[in-house]
Design a protein around this ligand. Structure first.
Ligand SMILES: [Zn+2]
Length: 484
């Protein structure tokens, strides 16, 4: 088994820190963690040390065993098991010298803790791309040392991962979803995603951005996945659905067809997430809103397995990138708990092009995909027809903006339009008008528009105009007298 140089470095780092007895290794999706695990298991079993390898999904056992066979692990001294299985019969488990935990961000769950406590003398070695629990809890209570692998940009530059383009066309609004156990409430998500109107949007965007590319779709429920597949098939694409309950034989058949290009689009629910070995794809479509950074990164990076000349396309329909940043965001990994972030802070991580919906690092003023200039103010003259078209798209664009977009608005006209397309109540407009008064261009007519719409007294217009130093038409010069 040939190791890449950075994999050798990681193994050496682990060796140097083994004295600490509990080590968490962070390394990105697609960086080849199972080979590293295999080499460690091989070295341990060669010395007749017993290795217990914990996975949290049945499907992964076989896959890991295959890698371990390639690494020459001695299975007399190594067992690869589901965490639930070990947990149920922990007293029957021979005492391991090393416990290797895959997808280690789950390690604070009771089942893992029970196993760790049963073998206090074993060295704990945990691997994950995202050492953080849902809700931001760090893994410090379980692990003493964090070793960090290469970052994603480095892996892309060195051709271990494919570069990507991310487009966010948010077709649902997640602002009103409630949180349960750290993630969005499942039934609310399902209700939101099962509204049929979203499927047409999905097909339209796929056709525009990734037509013909081998694609994996991540859905939130079986129903929405089946509906998505049906819509793709009705539009002349070949798509298939898989979930955890799909019969093993059928699943294998479908995956093989996908591998052989007989199926272009594979839609699934929670199946091709953690570690599950799916064939290469070029595009992923995110249709499951999630608060889990781990899930988001695993799903979006599924398309980034390296292939020459490939650029992965990530289409995010549910605003996950606004929640978590780009998949290659340089997170400051730590074993400590993450501080609670404010919504505005999160969104500073990315910038979106209003023309092509591409999402990229903030600080870029020309869209790298379509050349849109962010600072251009002067508009070229347009024919009436173009203006009408433009107005339509502007409304569409406004509709897709997150709530916090209001902070970037510079005219009261746009603020009014924004509150209207979003169906916000009068309070939003009045409150934000006050908050943004120093940055907004306000005209007397805008104020009159609001006054009429919400049936305020005309005195409100005069009062606001004076407060915001908006020039008042001459005919109202004597208005003071009337109202006082
Ligand atoms: Zn653009």
């Amino acid at each position: 088994m040939n190791l890449r140089p950075y994999q050798v470095n990681l193994i050496n780092e682990i060796r140097k820190n083994i004295k600490f007895n509990s080590i968490c290794v962070q390394s990105p999706c697609g960086s080849g963690k199972s080979v590293i695990q295999g080499m460690i298991a091989k070295n341990a079993t060669m010395k007749k040390n017993r290795v217990l390898f914990l996975v949290h999904r049945k499907e992964l056992c076989n896959q890991i065993e295959q890698t371990f066979i390639l690494c020459n692990v001695d299975f007399h001294y190594c067992s690869v098991k589901m965490v639930q299985t070990v947990c149920r019969n922990v007293e029957k488990e021979p005492e391991p010298n090393i416990i290797i935990t895959d997808e280690n961000h789950h390690c604070l769950a009771m089942s893992y803790i029970k196993i760790y406590q049963a073998f206090p003398n074993a060295i704990k070695l945990g691997f994950t791309a995202t050492p953080i629990r849902l809700g931001g809890k760090g893994l410090g209570s379980m692990y003493k040392v964090l070793i960090k692998g290469p970052d994603i940009d480095w892996l892309i530059q060195n051709k271990y991962l494919a570069p990507f383009k991310l487009f966010s066309k948010q077709i649902v609004n997640t602002d009103d979803l409630h949180i349960e156990n750290g993630d969005y409430k499942k039934d609310e998500v399902n209700e939101l995603m099962e509204k049929t109107f979203i499927y047409g949007q999905t097909i339209k965007n796929y056709t525009e951005l990734a037509k013909g590319k081998k694609t994996i779709v991540y859905c939130s429920s079986i129903k929405s996945s089946i509906d998505t597949v049906e819509e793709f098939n009705n539009n002349g694409f070949t798509a298939a659905h898989l979930d955890a309950k799909t019969h093993k034989k059928e699943r294998k058949e479908i995956v093989n067809k996908f591998r052989n290009n007989e199926i272009q689009i594979l839609s699934n629910v929670d199946l091709f997430g953690e570690g599950f070995d799916v064939p290469d794809c070029e595009c992923v479509i995110l249709l499951r809103p999630t608060k889990s950074l781990s899930l988001y990164i695993q799903q979006s990076m599924r398309s980034m397995r390296y292939k020459e000349n490939k650029t992965a396309i990530i289409i995010d329909h549910v605003g996950n990138c606004f929640e978590h940043g780009l998949p290659n965001h340089k997170h400051q990994w730590t074993l400590k708990d993450w501080p609670k972030r404010k919504k505005a802070e999160k969104e500073e991580k990315i910038k979106q092009c209003p023309e092509c919906f591409a999402v990229f690092e903030p600080g870029i003023n020309t869209c790298p995909y379509c050349g849109y200039e962010f600072t251009v103010k002067k508009k070229p003259e347009k024919k009436v027809k173009d203006i009408i078209l433009e107005e339509i798209t502007q409304t569409d664009i406004l509709k897709m903006k997150p709530y916090s977009y209001y902070k970037k608005i510079t005219t009261l006209k746009e603020l009014i339009a924004f509150s209207e397309v979003k169906n916000y109540k009068a309070g939003f407009l009045i409150y934000k008008l006050d908050e943004l008064k120093d940055q907004l261009e306000i005209t007397f007519d805008d104020l009159v528009y609001i006054q009429k719409k919400y049936k305020y007294k005309f005195a409100w217009v005069i009062h606001r105009a004076r407060t915001y130093k908006v020039s008042i038409p001459e005919k109202y010069n004597n208005y003071e007298r009337h109202i006082s």
